[in-house]
Design a protein around this ligand. Structure first.
Ligand SMILES: [Cu+2]
Length: 108
């Protein structure tokens, strides 16, 4: 067991560090719209997305351009990790209010 510890740490610490180092960005849902509705992020890095729902109904952050589907309850917040992305534009939306809840990731 003792001999395994350095190995376990060698595997776990980089994972923890990469999660802690991930740059963080915030999206707020209000009146079933994303604010900002265009989010600029750097290419080739995993990012942490903080999603704040200020509406009195649940929303689901979702995209067809990258893997993401996560529910955020009314007046709550969640965080998720997305990327890394190649430069480009990636559409996301709120599955429950698609007419208004539309946004774009601009990766550069
Ligand atoms: Cu969905």
């Amino acid at each position: 067991m003792k001999r395994l510890l350095p190995l376990v740490l060698a595997i776990l610490l980089p994972l923890l560090a990469s999660a802690a180092d991930a740059p963080s960005y915030t999206l707020t849902l209000k009146d079933h719209r994303y604010q900002p509705n265009e989010l600029r992020i750097p290419a080739n890095v995993r990012i942490k997305l903080e999603l704040i729902n200020q509406d009195p109904s649940p929303e689901e952050f979702e995209s067809n351009d990258f893997p993401a589907e996560k529910i955020v309850m009314p007046n709550s917040r969640i965080s998720l990790f997305i990327g890394p992305f190649k430069p480009g534009r990636y559409r996301f939306y709120g599955d429950f209010h698609q007419p208004t809840a539309q946004g774009m990731l601009v990766v550069e």
